[in-house]
Design a protein around this ligand. Structure first.
Ligand code: SAM
Ligand code: SF4
Length: 497
């Protein structure tokens, strides 16, 4: 490790920004209690499971004991009931919308040594690179040209990709504006997946216009966490566990949790996420904006990805998504291109609200000619590399409307305000109007002939539904919607309600 890296390690972790949040010196994950709760939930009675399902259907977050009971269900019929409820909850809160985004990898320099990741410092086969701001703009331009409006920007943890660099890259992508078929295209929301930071650094990201701040705990199990993170800043479990607490204290509105499934027992990780949501709710009055549940994928220079004893089967993956949907019913749920197209088709109807498309995770891979996937410049291997157009077309055929809306954030419908609106179903009403407007805009600017043909029908159906819904008539929103729809058809862009 270079002197700069060693110095970086010692100055990054602010001990008081962990201790502030501990209760009696302890964090909110009690491994032994979780194990006991999982064991105590064994063989739940059908009637009890049905009571829990109906609590989730009223968009109430479940208690850990209730989640533990669901995790223990063995009866296949009950699993199917739970799967139907998961889909119903999604439609109740988010209707038939799905949001798309693209990851933008900015740097793969990293001081950490996560045993599952191709970017880890000991992997000498990885080609290291940090994008200049000009290169970040080029990547964003390439993504704008195919119609992406939302990014998740990803960084290794390294002195060269400090909070200042991250803030500059956020500003760089917001600067980009490219012509489209009928108007222009821009990135409207830059979400970040980066290492835990201090409150002071997080304030810099907030000022730069960060969307959601996403940090995955990887595994919530303390001992397993230590085994998998033998060195570097990431070896400190608690610094990571409170990353999102610090973000909310720094003024960032939306935070996102996740666990990397395959590192430890999947049931334990689901419980860990529920406890994480509860602690955020108790302290800040809001839970996670989104939940991610990536599964371990093969990565260059790692052994664990091929032989972890905790790999999650497709059946168990389906179960964990169902239980998460029921346990934290108000949060968005993200499934990524780590999963194959076939798997995504099976999982999305269980309650997912966001997914990526036309994904490349090599540094510079959108704007530079590259092979389909290059293992020595990307973090892991992808399961689905279909284009945004293909993915939108498939959603259209599944009856889903792809929303490119970012209006909620820009109208201040974030944080605790959006949580209340989501729980009451009102956010969904605004979203529907904006979803149709942004979908229409995207179809006019970027869709292939085939996708456009499939989309016309669903747009007409949505417009009919809107016109017949008393909510819109009473709120006098219909005339604004009609006006905006006409203006978008004539080439005006970025109109939202
Ligand atoms: N370096 C930052 C960190 O670790 O928080 C952010 C970027 S890291 C590249 C983003 C996420 O990728 C990690 O949180 C981890 O969950 C996921 N990841 C790492 N290796 C993976 C693998 N082999 N398969 C699937 N996901 C992986
Ligand atoms: Fe670095 Fe993040 Fe990969 Fe760990 S997961 S090695 S911190 S990039």
């Amino acid at each position: 490790m270079t002197t700069a890296e060693t110095e970086f390690l010692s100055r990054t972790i602010k001990r008081d920004e962990i201790d502030n949040y501990l209760i009696g010196g302890k964090d909110f994950i009690d491994d032994a209690l979780i194990e006991r709760q999982i064991a105590a939930g064994a063989k739940p009675q059908k009637s009890r499971v049905r009571e829990i399902i109906s609590k989730a259907m009223s968009i109430e977050r479940l208690d850990p004991e209730e989640t533990a009971a669901l995790l223990n269900v063995e009866d296949e019929e009950l699993w199917e009931e739970m799967a139907r409820a998961a889909g119903d909850i999604k439609r109740k809160v988010y209707d038939n919308r799905i949001v798309t985004f693209a990851p933008l990898y900015c740097s793969n320099h990293c001081v950490n040594n996560c045993l599952y990741c191709g970017f880890r410092t000991d992997n000498t086969r990885e080609r290291r690179r940090k994008l200049t701001l000009g290169e970040v703009r080029k990547e964003a331009e390439s993504l704008c040209k195919i119609g992406h409006k939302r990014l998740i920007m990803v960084y290794g943890e390294h002195p060269s990709s400090s909070a200042d660099y991250i803030a500059d890259t956020i500003k760089a992508v917001y600067d980009v504006k490219v012509p489209a078929r009928n108007g222009f295209a821009q990135i409207r929301r830059a979400n970040i997946n980066a290492a835990p930071m201090s409150v002071e650094d997080l304030k810099k990201l907030w000022k730069a216009g960060i969307g959601t701040y996403q940090v995955f705990q990887e595994t919530y199990h303390h001992k397993r966490y230590s085994e998998l993170h033998p060195s570097g800043i990431k070896a400190d479990y608690k610094w990571r566990l409170y990353a999102l607490h610090r973000a909310l204290d720094a003024g960032i509105d939306d935070v996102a949790i996740g666990a990397l499934f395959g590192l430890y027992d999947w049931r334990f990780e689901v419980m860990g996420m529920v406890y994480h949501a509860i602690d955020l709710e108790n302290r800040f009055g809001i839970g996670p904006h989104t939940i991610s549940f990536p599964r371990l994928n093969p990565a260059e220079g790692t052994d664990i990805c091929d032989n972890s004893p905790y790999m999650v089967s497709d059946d168990d993956f389906r179960k964990l998504v169902i239980v998460l949907r029921l346990s934290i019913p108000y949060s968005g749920m993200i499934i990524t291109a780590r999963e194959s197209a076939e798997m995504r088709r099976k999982i999305i109807p269980l309650g997912c609200t966001q997914t990526d498309a036309s994904t490349r995770i090599g540094i510079g891979a959108y704007s530079e000619a590259a092979e389909d996937q290059e293992s020595d410049r990307q973090q892991f291997m992808l399961g689905d590399t279909r284009s945004l157009d293909e993915v939108v077309r498939e959603f259209t055929r599944m009856g889903l409307i792809t929303s490119f809306c970012t209006a909620g954030y820009r109208c201040g419908r974030t944080g605790d305000k959006i949580m209340k609106l989501l729980k009451s179903g009102v956010e969904g009403k605004f979203c529907k109007l904006n979803a149709v407007l942004t979908y229409k805009e995207w179809i006019d600017d970027f869709a292939s002939k085939e996708t456009r043909a499939a989309a016309e029908e669903i747009i007409q159906k949505e417009i009919e539904q809107i016109k017949n819904d008393p909510f819109y008539r009473n709120k006098k929103l219909l005339s604004t919607f009609d006006d905006y729809l006409g203006r978008i058809t004539n080439g005006e862009r970025d109109l939202y309600i």
